[in-house]
Design a protein around this ligand. Structure first.
Ligand SMILES: Nc1ncnc2c1ncn2[C@@H]1O[C@H](COP(=O)(O)OP(=O)(O)O)[C@@H](O)[C@H]1O
Ligand SMILES: [Mg+2]
Length: 350
């Protein structure tokens, strides 16, 4: 037996795995294009399972707990057998992502240490307009924008086309597709109406940064460590598709764009640009109040200006993807990265 590193509850909230299971039955030859990646992406249960397994291998006593929209389950856990730390993978409650911070707050009230960001930071990063205002106040560059509550924008809005229209309180590329990028007033008006009708207000109208897209993982607190930059490769996209991580490119293995966006880590950046990206990412991490780990979505314009698109506290931890790809590139294995994150939480409990 290895050493006992303490007890961990891996906490998540998943009510159904249906959509994912269907993908296991898709015959790739019926798609009409050549898939680059697996169609049967990991189910939610498989992803959490991989984390549980790795933490066990690292010497933690691990209990997975699926909330299934019932906070009573968590209450029983923390009252009867409080763990040394909770690995907080909860992203929503009753299908409402605005309740994500409340679950973290619940753990705070019970005094149980948990991984990742505190409620304020989780809530702030879900309000993209507010976060951008705060970033600008601290001189962290982010694309120029307006936040609108109605599908109406003055003639002299002062922003330069192309623009991108996005729901201000969604993530995971919800509402992001080719038509999000608009080139004139008519397209802008149509998209504003569509996004507000579909996702509700507010909505962000933002200058579209043509250039490179980098995702920057940050691990730790004192001091936080910037992981090697990961760059998205849009060069294989069909020519009529804008170079963005659309909803389909991120999530839908049945769409061609999913298979045409690649990524590379580490990105090839000049020393100067790398330094600038690291500096901007660290500032954004601190301004947003991130803790333990986070991922910054960044664009680098053709003139090498660096812009923060958004801050993702508690980002996706799928092995080999985005944050974890960068961690592995820095020499932290999947298991070690998870262990370090748990140890950060445990240290807060002492
Ligand atoms: N101002 C922008 N300029 C260029 N691309 C953008 C801009 N804003 C968003 N995008 C594209 O849309 C994607 C999703 O936007 P993002 O702000 O990161 O929201 P989400 O929370 O949905 O990830 C980005 O990864 C990027 O490809
Ligand atoms: Mg993003």
């Amino acid at each position: 037996m290895g050493r006992d590193r303490g007890s961990v509850v891996v906490l998540y909230n998943s009510v159904s795995d249906e959509g994912y299971e269907d993908l296991k039955n898709v015959d790739p030859s019926t798609l009409g294009f050549t898939p680059e990646y697996d169609i049967a992406v990991a189910t939610v249960a498989e992803e959490y399972g991989a984390i549980v397994k790795s933490l066990r291998n690292e010497g933690f006593r691990v209990r997975p707990v699926n909330l299934k929209d019932d906070i009573g389950r968590l209450e029983r856990v923390v009252k009867r057998h409080p763990p040394d730390a909770v690995f907080n993978l909860v992203e929503s409650f009753h299908d409402d992502a605005d309740l994500e911070p409340a679950v973290a707050g619940f753990l705070d009230l019970y005094g149980v240490p948990y991984t990742g960001a505190a409620p304020l930071s989780l809530a702030l990063c879900r309000r993209k307009g507010l976060l951008k205002t705060l970033l600008l106040a601290y001189r962290v560059p982010t694309p120029r924008f307006h936040q609108l509550w109605k599908p109406k924008i003055g003639q002299r809005h002062g922003l330069h086309y192309p623009l991108i229209v996005k729901p201000a309180r969604e993530d995971g590329s919800a509402g992001i597709e080719a038509a999000s990028v608009v080139h004139d007033r008519a397209q802008l008006q149509a998209r504003l109406e569509m996004v507000i009708a579909e996702y509700g207000a507010p909505v962000l109208v933002e200058e579209f940064i043509e250039g490179r897209e980098l995702h920057i993982g940050i691990l730790g607190n004192d001091p936080p460590v910037v992981l090697p930059p990961l760059e998205y490769d849009f060069s294989e996209l069909p020519p009529d598709e804008p170079a963005i991580i659309s909803f389909a490119a991120k999530w839908d293995p049945l769409k061609e764009v999913f298979h045409r966006v690649g990524s590379k880590c580490p990105a090839e950046l000049s020393r100067k640009l790398l330094k600038r990206v690291q500096e901007v990412a660290l500032r954004a991490y601190r301004v947003a109040g991130c803790r333990d780990y986070a991922r910054l979505d960044i664009r680098v314009a053709q003139d090498d200006h660096v812009y923060v698109l958004e801050v993702n506290p508690n980002p996706d931890l799928t092995e080999g993807v985005s944050f974890m790809h960068s961690a592995e590139e820095a020499g932290y294995s999947f298991a070690r990265t998870l262990r370090e994150i748990v140890e950060m939480a445990m240290a807060r409990g002492r």
